[in-house]
Design a protein around this ligand. Structure first.
Ligand SMILES: C[C@@]1(CC(=O)O)C2=NC(=C\c3[nH]c(c(CCC(=O)O)c3CC(=O)O)Cc3[nH]c(c(CC(=O)O)c3CCC(=O)O)/C=C3\N/C(=C\2)[C@@H](CCC(=O)O)[C@]3(C)CC(=O)O)/[C@H]1CCC(=O)O
Ligand SMILES: NC(=O)c1ccc[n+]([C@@H]2O[C@H](COP(=O)([O-])OP(=O)(O)OC[C@H]3O[C@@H](n4cnc5c(N)ncnc54)[C@H](O)[C@@H]3O)[C@@H](O)[C@H]2O)c1
Length: 195
């Protein structure tokens, strides 16, 4: 059976520099996804024309910097992550090739072959976060699985995490004893809908 070989990570976007190129519909989607997860993400968005919804978002998140002009290669110089969302495929290929020489990680809208990473559907309940990927097979199924998990996870999930942190801090003894206690107290978490 084919399998998903992508390696998931959870990035601290407040301490990384992210560049988005493109200020239309897809640029807005990517910016929204980043800010929804990481409201303080450091993001620079460059586009020849920037739509009003993006300008509105940038007014609410003052660390987001907008530059309404053509992309320039030096936009890549101080960046860690790059997301391309223009309507110019040739430009995407050129930027992608240059970004790779600098070992930048890049996502190219609608072109999985040019992506080093994909965005996923994201379930968030307080401190719990679950990322969903279908390996690019069907973003719509990712969205459906997100909706299913959002519904299925108990509302008190974050309370449970807070309680677990307290228990973790209190348990004394060696490591294996600690792991055993933590496993015992969570054994029936999903059956009972919370501890
Ligand atoms: C998860 C999510 C995150 C986000 O973007 O924030 C995301 N796409 C979302 C929605 C969505 N995107 C599209 C539709 C229309 C229906 C459809 O085509 O299915 C819908 C559904 C909708 O909007 O209802 C269009 C589309 N998307 C891609 C292609 C190109 C291709 O597949 O070749 C095309 C065709 C464009 C065209 O027609 O030309 C490619 C990618 N989209 C991915 C992520 C990556 C794979 C994730 C995975 O493995 O699951 C990947 C590979 C790269 C990337 O973008 O990172 C977000 C759900 C947010 C949520 O949870 O609600
Ligand atoms: N809108 C969708 O839902 C959708 C769905 C599937 C695929 N796509 C594809 O995704 C791509 C982007 O779609 P969109 O709807 O966001 O397009 P759009 O026309 O709304 O936005 C394109 C953006 O790219 C900017 N741009 C173009 N050349 C530039 C340059 N040299 N430097 C800086 N900025 C530049 C434009 O100013 C604009 O902000 C297109 O290729 C489209 O075919 C879009």
């Amino acid at each position: 059976m084919e399998r998903n070989n992508l390696f998931p990570v959870f990035l601290k976007l407040e301490s990384l520099e992210t560049l988005i190129v493109g200020g239309g519909h897809v640029g807005l989607e990517k910016l929204t996804a980043l800010l929804k997860n990481s409201p303080s993400a450091k993001i620079t968005l460059v586009a020849r024309a920037i739509g009003e919804p993006i300008k509105e978002l940038a007014r609410k998140h003052t660390q987001v910097k907008l530059f309404e002009r053509n992309f320039k290669l030096w936009d890549l110089w101080d960046k860690d992550l790059v997301l391309l969302a223009t309507d110019n495929r040739q430009l995407h290929e050129t930027i992608r090739n240059f970004a790779r020489t600098r070992r930048l990680l890049i996502n190219v809208a609608d072109t999985p072959d040019l992506c080093d990473f994909y965005l996923g559907s994201v379930v968030t309940k307080g401190n719990l976060k679950i990322g969903v990927s279908t390996n690019g097979k069907s973003p719509t199924i990712s969205k459906r699985i997100r909706e299913y998990l959002e519904d299925a996870l108990p509302d008190n999930t974050n309370e449970l995490l807070d309680n677990m942190q307290k228990i973790r801090d209190q348990i004394k003894g060696d490591f294996s004893k600690k792991v055993q206690v933590l496993n015992d107290v969570t054994a029936s978490f999903l059956e009972r809908g919370g501890a």
